[in-house]
Design a protein. Structure first.
Length: 205
């Protein structure tokens, strides 16, 4: 899934932690310039021990459409989107995600999380060889920043275990979104690219 579909919505308020500007997720203008970020284009990531990075590639276009982060026995998939300057996207996108999961036979519940409202989803998993179908839990989180929206999907321990959730939430907080100056329609995916690592480090440093 890349660009978020849908018509231009009525202006909605932004949804973000009150301390977003100082605690993250950060806009490029707010990030510490001396920190050794791995540059993925629309997102910058601070390397840390135990963090593994995966890029999700769209088969037809060969473009990078999401960044996958494996950390603390959890997975965090993130996507940055262009957004209006004065209004937010998360309130409406949340409803669209809940509707989509409902059509797949899953269920969602809304709760207040560390970033504001988040969706906890129970998503059906296709049955394997002779196995009955099961479900997996995932947390859908979103933050509206200045001219961007950052969406995250957390699975694994970070969706069910409070200690792992705190670690994966802190990882999400540390991300930097690089909106750039190119005009983009709201909901378009901010371009991502293969990583350029600082000081010759690998992407999994």
């Amino acid at each position: 899934m890349s660009d978020i579909p849908g018509d231009i919505p009525e202006p909605m308020p932004k949804s973000a932690p009150e301390d977003r500007e100082t605690e993250g997720p950060f806009d490029e203008s707010e990030a510490n310039p001396v920190r050794p970020y791995v540059d993925l284009g629309g997102i910058k990531i601070l390397p840390r021990e135990g963090l593994h990075l995966r890029l999700e590639i769209e088969e037809e276009s060969k473009r990078v459409v999401a960044v996958g982060l494996d950390y603390a026995e959890s997975t965090l998939q993130v996507q940055p989107f262009a957004a209006p300057r004065s209004s937010g996207l998360w309130h409406e996108i949340r409803d669209q995600i809940a509707d989509q999961i409902g059509k797949q036979g899953g269920s969602t519940s809304l709760r207040e999380g560390p970033f504001g409202p988040e969706l906890v989803a129970e998503i059906p998993v296709a049955a394997g060889q002779g196995a009955t179908g099961t479900t997996r839990l995932a947390r859908f989180i979103g933050v509206d920043g200045p001219r961007w929206f950052l969406r995250g999907v957390i699975a694994g321990e970070g969706a069910v275990n409070a200690e792992a959730a705190a670690k994966i939430d802190e990882l999400f907080r540390s991300l930097v979104v690089v909106r750039g100056t190119t005009p983009m329609p709201p909901r378009d995916l901010i371009p991502l690219r293969m990583p350029t690592a600082p000081s010759g480090e690998t992407a999994e440093a």
